[in-house]
Design a binder for this molecule. Structure first.
Ligand SMILES: Cc1cc2nc3c(=O)[nH]c(=O)nc-3n(C[C@H](O)[C@H](O)[C@H](O)COP(=O)(O)OP(=O)(O)OC[C@H]3O[C@@H](n4cnc5c(N)ncnc54)[C@H](O)[C@@H]3O)c2cc1C
Length: 597
């Protein structure tokens, strides 16, 4: 097959918030910058973000980056790296105001400042009272952000390659990254993108679960490409489940519905959250509500013919309130659950929402991996930002609105590092190996020539069911161990999928088969890392590691306050230390307040 070649200073894979922010930095620095994306940039999953972006602007309540840092470290259940968290919260105001200057239509306070709303886990004075920290543009913050960033990129003359799917990383024998191979969906042609710097911003991988709030394109392609190129994946056992996804469809019903008075009920009509969280009830934190819902379902009090969901009831609210405050949610319920929530409750289940782990990076956006005794040695030429990266600012659990902030801060930082590396001469255009496209061409040839084999959809379903049943909201030792065997068996089947459509133009069957090869890497990393971590921490809650006086909430800091690294080669696991300065689980906020800068 003929392979065309494009040469740029930098190539970015992904045009969500992280990719667009990175591209802007590079293009405005005068570098030739290419952005590859599977979908039109403003259709990336960032478009779905509703709640807002965190920054301690203090426009409505007093706020301080110390408090934001404390909340984020605590929210991460101490697994977040504090150099990266400090960097992120200290940069927050700058990147949000920058975005405002790019034309982001934030809502306003009466004084004309950026409007901020409260959000779960964000507090004032080290946990004393809720704070208003989330900067929002109605319930369409991500949408507004993508449009502002895209338009700014058009102005900066970023080169967009829309509907191109990156296939594999190109690394030379010394481990330098030289770009990617990619498939043009419109023509079915493969090309090499040769660059001094490569930035991954490919987003999440929620599609490894059967029920997910994530877009269909969130298939973890960046993680699959990194894993195949020998780069480990970090902390993949940690996945956030949102309590209220529409049963069957997974589409998100925002926490705001319970904020307006929505109530969760089981098959007996009981408001069961009263038993689990007598004070906060339906507004307890995401993990508490999700676990309570799963317990109800597991104990036979779920609703529907299969007793596999619970109900979110707002029928006691007046139709006027619903139409005024929750119009989008009503539309989602009618479209995706077939119920009008004015008259009937909405069937909901905890749904996979966000991946805390990812490709390991430092706070400058460089991809890092163990080398010669250094656990964080940069991989030359490769950077990552956004949900595909693990900086790690979210540790074992992410606070709402910290992801959009992560995109802006680390999208910008990764590009700033790349600009500095290119301009200082540290990164040059290295010679491509002769077999640069070989791996990708072999993957395509396998699909082309496979005559007998299973349909991609069947194997995907088995993968998703295995993840949902064996590595879901609650985790059990036996189920995890069985899950490892099952997912390895699924991997065998992934290698033997066959597609019937062999046409070149817009062949979505081929694209889905290639995506499945990325999903399986993410699924293996998750299951194997989860089976190995023998404690409960953040979103990883094991039945055999319960709350005891010795290990509150099942967390075992003596043995497990460390990051997991999963290597594809032999499914090997390694661990690396967490950056615990200045806060640690014993000293808590005093260390931060007393710190001098
Ligand atoms: C429903 C929903 C609501 C949310 N609400 C909030 C919120 O209110 N606040 C908050 O902070 N966070 C929220 N989050 C989380 C947050 O929105 C995401 O983590 C974030 O938007 C991810 O951004 P990203 O730039 O990393 O990736 P994405 O926006 O997912 O973009 C990924 C990009 O990579 C491209 N891509 C992927 N693979 C390839 C490939 N092989 N080749 C070429 N291109 C590729 C895609 O085309 C896309 O352009 C929400 C998430 C969801 C799902």
């Amino acid at each position: 097959m003929k392979v065309a070649k494009h040469t740029f200073d930098a190539v970015i894979v992904g045009a969500g918030g992280a990719g667009l922010r990175a591209a802007l930095q590079l293009a405005e620095a005068g570098l030739r910058t290419a952005v590859l994306t599977k979908v039109f940039p403003t259709r990336s999953h960032t478009v779905a973000a509703q709640g807002g972006v965190a920054a301690s602007l203090g426009n409505s309540t007093p706020d301080h980056w110390h408090w934001h840092m404390y909340d984020t470290v605590k929210g991460s259940d101490w697994l977040g790296d504090q150099d990266a968290i400090e960097f992120m919260v200290r940069k927050a105001n700058e990147v949000v105001i920058e975005l405002e200057h790019y034309g982001m239509p934030f809502d306003r306070t009466d004084e004309g400042k950026i409007y901020q709303r409260p959000f779960g886990g964000h507090s004032m004075n080290y946990g004393e009272a809720p704070v208003m920290r989330s900067c929002a543009a109605a319930d369409r913050t991500g949408h507004a952000m993508l449009h502002a960033l895209y338009q700014r990129n058009v102005r900066a003359r970023t080169h967009f390659f829309v509907e191109w799917m990156a296939l594999d990383l190109i690394r030379d024998s010394e481990g330098h990254v030289l770009g990617v191979t990619a498939l043009e969906l419109e023509t079915g042609e493969v090309a090499i993108f040769h660059a001094k710097a490569t930035i991954f911003a490919t987003g999440g991988a929620g599609r490894i679960y059967h029920s997910s709030t994530n877009a269909f394109i969130n298939t973890g392609d960046g993680l699959g490409m990194a894993a195949r190129a020998g780069i480990p994946l970090e902390d993949m056992e940690f996945w956030q489940f949102h309590p209220t996804g529409v049963a069957g469809a997974g589409v998100l019903i925002t926490e705001g519905v319970r904020g307006e008075g929505g109530i969760l009920r089981n098959c007996n009509g009981e408001r069961f959250m009263e038993r689990y969280a007598p004070n906060l009830k339906d507004l307890a934190s995401r993990d508490v509500v999700a676990r309570a819902m799963v317990t109800e379902i597991n104990e036979g009090r779920g609703c529907g013919p299969n007793k596999d969901y619970v109900l979110l009831d707002i029928t006691h609210l007046s139709p006027e309130i619903i139409m005024k405050r929750l119009p989008g949610i009503r539309e989602i319920a009618i479209q995706f659950a077939g119920v009008d929530p004015i008259k009937e409750p909405i069937p909901v289940v905890p749904t996979c929402h966000y991946m805390m782990g990812g490709i390991p990076t430092n706070y400058r956006g460089q991809v890092v991996m163990p080398k010669n005794g250094d656990p964080n040695a940069p991989v030359p030429g490769l950077y990552a930002a956004g949900e595909c990266a693990c900086a790690s600012v979210h540790g074992a659990n992410r606070l709402g609105t910290n992801s959009l902030l992560d995109l802006l801060v680390f999208g910008k930082a990764s590009a700033e590092t790349a600009v500095a590396d290119i301009k200082s001469g540290n990164l040059s255009l290295r010679e491509l190996p002769k077999d640069a496209a070989e791996v990708s061409l072999a993957r395509l040839a396998r699909l082309e020539n496979q005559k007998e084999g299973e349909p991609v959809a069947d194997v995907l379903l088995e993968l998703q069911r295995t993840m949902q049943n064996h590595a879901g909201v609650f985790r059990f030792k036996d189920k995890l161990e069985e899950g490892v065997q099952k997912i390895l068996a699924v991997e065998e089947r992934v290698r033997r999928t066959a597609i019937r459509d062999h046409s070149k133009v817009w062949n979505t069957a081929r694209m889905e088969a290639l995506e499945l090869e990325n999903l399986i890497e993410v699924a293996k990393a998750t299951m194997i890392s989860a089976a190995a971590r023998k404690e409960s921490r953040g979103a990883h809650v094991r039945d055999d590691c319960p709350d005891t006086p010795e290990f509150p909430n099942g967390r075992n800091d003596k043995e497990w306050l460390k990051h997991t690294l999963w290597f594809r080669d032999g499914n090997r696991l390694e661990y690396k230390p967490v950056n615990l300065k200045p806060l640690n689980p014993d000293t808590q906020p005093i260390a931060l307040a007393k710190r001098t800068y």
